[in-house]
Design a binder for this molecule. Structure first.
Ligand SMILES: Cc1cc2nc3c(=O)[nH]c(=O)nc-3n(C[C@H](O)[C@H](O)[C@H](O)COP(=O)(O)OP(=O)(O)OC[C@H]3O[C@@H](n4cnc5c(N)ncnc54)[C@H](O)[C@@H]3O)c2cc1C
Length: 323
């Protein structure tokens, strides 16, 4: 039997909307296709799932397979059954899923059932002659762990949303359907209950962010930086200690357990040390400007421009220039 090859991506959708991470997985696949060989196949499962085919036709996708099933919304049994059918037909070297509440319900079970290598919450990937290496957080995200999969012909990875930028453009992949003659779903989606809205802004969509960290000192100083952000036309973000203290809403927190600044072109970090968890939320930023009193702060390793100085003095000067 020939070695498995190619990459299978399973798209996610909810309430009739394709989840953005589905396209991010295409970018994750791009760096690996040379090493793994074969084609990149995007599968989408559900009733009338062909409605997502146009949105999934992005550069990097060779083939789309629509798996028609009875249920409109996610069902773990159906997903597991569909993945088994797809894997039997395609024999992929790599299966990419989103790291999400949906995939948590069937990814591990599928990996065990098929004897695949498996890792969750992956945010970086590479492959060479030695095989595939996935990077994920470890020890409460204090370190990055590289995981390899010796002896596994197929590997399933659940990839963290926001880790890769979605491809831009459209292509015309081949399109076909796969009938699923599995058992009837054992669960039924009754309703979606949205969390209460904070009424706050979406940091993932902001192109210009000014973030403050613990260097801001106390809650009373926040307004000063809010005014500065307004004057500059930036959205005010923060590091985790600022959100944990309740000085800014959690929705403003940038980082691994906060928001990823996916669209951000300019990020001004003031009084932020540059912990790995904060940097995780800044990885797509084009230009970082850091202001910190400590010349050895890690934030300077990712900054295009760095100011070793007091954030309050710099803020006053900027306010004078831009007010
Ligand atoms: C599981 C996990 C998830 C996490 N998720 C996130 C996350 O999503 N986002 C996040 O931010 N953190 C996150 N953290 C926390 C992270 O590890 C750091 O503790 C946090 O990012 C530090 O925030 P900070 O840089 O504001 O504070 P500090 O590390 O205390 O840095 C403050 C900085 O301000 C500088 N400073 C002080 N005064 C001034 C001044 N007057 N002018 C200029 N500079 C000054 C100091 O030199 C220092 O570098 C997470 C941690 C864990 C374990």
């Amino acid at each position: 039997m020939t070695q498995p090859q190619g990459i299978l991506i399973v798209a996610e959708h909810r309430q009739g909307v394709l989840r953005p991470v589905s396209l991010e997985l295409v970018t994750a696949a791009q760096g690996l296709r040379g090493a793994l060989g074969g084609r990149v196949t995007m599968a989408v499962v559900g009733r009338e799932a062909q409605q997502y085919a146009a949105a999934l036709s992005v550069p990097g996708v060779d083939d789309i397979i629509v798996v028609e099933s009875a249920d409109t919304e996610f069902d773990a049994d159906t997903a597991e059954h569909a993945l088994a059918a797809l894997a039997a037909e395609l024999r992929p070297a790599l299966v990419l899923l989103a790291h999400s509440v949906d995939s948590m319900a069937y990814a591990a079970a599928s990996a065990v059932r098929h004897g695949w290598g498996f890792a969750t919450d992956v945010f970086a990937l590479q492959a060479d002659a030695e095989g595939l290496v996935a990077t994920r957080g470890g020890y409460g995200q204090k370190v990055n762990v590289e995981v390899d999969f010796p002896g596994r012909a197929t590997v399933l990875l659940a990839v963290r949303g926001g880790s890769f930028k979605p491809p831009v453009g459209t292509v015309q992949p081949t399109l076909r359907s796969l009938a699923l003659d599995g058992p009837a779903p054992r669960t039924r989606n009754l309703a979606f209950i949205e969390p209460p809205s904070t009424g706050d802004i979406d940091m993932t969509a902001k192109e210009f962010i000014l973030s403050v960290g613990r260097g801001v000192g106390e809650q009373d100083n926040i307004d000063r930086f809010r005014e500065l952000a307004d004057s500059l036309g930036a959205a005010l973000g923060c590091s985790r200690p600022v959100a944990d203290s309740g000085w800014l809403p959690k929705s403003r927190q940038i980082g691994q357990s906060g928001k990823t600044a996916v669209q951000c072109k300019l990020y001004i970090a003031m009084g932020i040390s540059g912990a790995i968890q904060h940097l995780a939320g800044m990885k797509h930023v084009d230009t970082v400007i850091a202001v910190n009193t400590d010349p050895n702060a890690s934030i300077f390793t990712v900054a295009r421009y760095g100011v070793v100085g007091d954030m309050f003095e710099i803020a006053d000067e900027l306010q004078k220039q831009f007010a």
